[in-house]
Design a protein around this ligand. Structure first.
Ligand SMILES: Cc1cc2nc3c(=O)[nH]c(=O)nc-3n(C[C@H](O)[C@H](O)[C@H](O)COP(=O)(O)OP(=O)(O)OC[C@H]3O[C@@H](n4cnc5c(N)ncnc54)[C@H](O)[C@@H]3O)c2cc1C
Length: 478
């Protein structure tokens, strides 16, 4: 079959593009190198829906960030994705930084950011009682928010696949050719997909795919960002996203609540050569926490339950590049989608949809398109009478598998059965939070493995942690 559109990369950008095209009467395929949705940069970032004052005026980053931020709240409601408009604060510690936040405010006005205010130290302390005594004032952007990035991508994929998009996992694009109006997208394993339009949303892999297609070169630098995640007991540390003034390497170290009431501290910003190595460097956390303590002195590594890292795809021009290949307007490259790529993602999807429609004409819309997905059950958040009703319907909701996060067997089975559902332990974790609590899966991991094997009808030895060679059980010992 020849697909109308092939999208390479199932991060937040690719999945939202897939959802955008799933409303049309078209055959669409979403291609992903790894075993699951949201395994790239979308998995590990700050989860901030930036207001849009940071990007230089007139850039794609500025335009798409402001639009994305405006779209995000309704999108998250529609897709049942955790989101909170908590507002952000850029804190100034001296006169020079007070000038910097004024520059950011003016830039925000030019970029079209609504609801900003420069506040003094007293107001800042009223908003954030744990802020440092040294803070002199802040830029308060009330339109900024927090979102669960991987849940947004998962929800978008569920919506797209529920509307007929095909999801191909473990499809590592190695070559693309074009003949007679059709692209042939080839996987390393030898399989092939034919399509009339190709969208290259492969994140850190996008520049290489662009080069493989027609030799076009984009200069992209991998930029590592490391984090520490604090236990839920620290939830009261702050309610806004607290930034320090930005520098040439990015927006600096922040302290923020996550959508699931943990506190996130980070990221670092270090250029790296190996974009596959997402390990946290020795000593990095000490440095990150020391920097974070400048704005919120009470954050401490003692409260950390885990650490992680992600890598940004930074283009040397410091902007998003969303453009057709130079000799083929049906091959669209998305390069350098670093921060604010998550905040911009709904607007990026809209922009790419428009680009394609301008090239091929507007396809017919499906009469039965569903812009949403099946609402996931979040058992722990239900009132007792609803929990009881659910258990009466399906006793699997009565069995708690993850004790730290109170995740039931019913929720885990739902996550596996969903469109583009979980096929490994980390896939269940990202969809349900089983394994995200204090014990980090120490207690529930083996039970999740059993449920996966049962639902997927596979031997337990075939269940992995995150696809590939990440096996958990090698052989029976007794
Ligand atoms: C430390 C850090 C902090 C950040 N904080 C924020 C923030 O707070 N707010 C914000 O707006 N943005 C933030 N970002 C940026 C944001 O995370 C990214 O812009 C966004 O996740 C990019 O999504 P994507 O879909 O383009 O890329 P990805 O999520 O990387 O998805 C690309 C997909 O393509 C796949 N792929 C790659 N090569 C191939 C291939 N050859 N064949 C098939 N598939 C392939 C990958 O496996 C991956 O799944 C941050 C980024 C980092 C690293």
């Amino acid at each position: 079959m020849v697909y109308d559109v092939a999208i390479i990369g199932a991060g937040v950008v690719g999945t939202l593009i897939a959802r955008a095209f799933s409303k049309y009467d078209m055959n669409v395929v979403l291609i992903e190198k790894t075993a699951d949705v949201a395994m790239g940069t979308t998995k590990a970032n700050s989860g901030i829906v930036h207001a849009g004052f940071d990007a230089q005026s007139g850039t794609m980053k500025a335009k798409l960030n402001v639009r994305g931020c405006a779209l995000m709240e309704d999108l998250c409601k529609e897709l049942f994705v955790p989101y909170e408009k908590n507002g952000s604060l850029v804190v100034a510690f001296n006169d020079q930084e007070l000038e910097t936040i004024k520059v950011l405010y003016d830039r925000g006005i030019t970029n079209g950011v609504p609801d900003m205010e420069i506040i003094d130290a007293a107001k800042l302390r009223e908003l954030e009682p744990n802020i440092s005594e040294e803070a002199k004032g802040a830029l308060w952007a009330k339109s900024a928010g927090i979102v669960s990035p991987y849940e947004l991508a998962i929800a978008a994929a569920e919506c797209a696949c529920g509307n007929g998009v095909e999801f191909k996992r473990n499809f590592d694009v190695d070559a693309i050719t074009f003949a007679d109006g059709v692209f042939s997208v080839k996987c390393k394993c030898g399989c092939e997909v034919a399509a009339k339009v190709v969208i290259n949303a492969a994140g850190l892999g996008a520049a290489e795919i662009a080069k493989k297609f027609n030799g076009e070169e984009y200069e992209v630098i991998g930029r590592l960002g490391e984090y520490g995640l604090l236990d839920r007991s620290c939830a009261g540390t702050c309610s806004h996203t607290i930034f320090q003034c930005p520098n040439e390497m990015g927006k600096g170290v922040l302290v923020t609540p996550s959508c699931h009431h943990n506190i996130l501290v980070g990221p670092s910003s270090v250029n790296v050569d190996d974009v596959d190595d997402m390990s946290v460097r020795v000593g990095a956390l000490r440095q990150i926490f020391a920097t974070a303590q400048k704005s919120v002195p009470i954050v401490s590594t003692r409260d950390m339950i885990t650490s992680f890292a992600g890598i940004r795809a930074h283009h040397v021009d410091d902007d998003f590049i969303i453009t057709p290949a130079k000799d083929n307007d049906k091959f669209i490259n998305l390069i350098g989608i670093e921060s604010p790529g998550l905040a911009s993602s709904p607007a990026i999807a809209e922009y790419v949809e428009e680009m394609v429609i301008n090239t091929i004409g507007k396809p017919v819309e499906k009469a039965n398109y569903n812009p949403s997905r099946k609402a996931p059950v979040v058992f722990r958040e239900l009132p007792p009478e609803k929990q009881e009703a659910l258990i009466a319907e399906n006793p699997a909701y009565a069995r708690v598998i993850c004790r730290c996060e109170t995740i039931t067997e019913g929720e885990i089975r739902d996550a596996i059965k969903a469109p583009a559902g979980a096929i490994d332990i980390d896939g269940v974790k990202r969809r349900t939070r089983a394994g995200m609590g204090r014990c980090q899966g120490g207690f529930c991991g083996s039970k999740v493995l059993e449920i996966l094997a049962e639902e997927l009808n596979l031997p337990k030895e075939d269940i992995t942690k995150f696809g590939g060679e990440s096996k958990i059980i090698y052989e029976r010992t007794k």
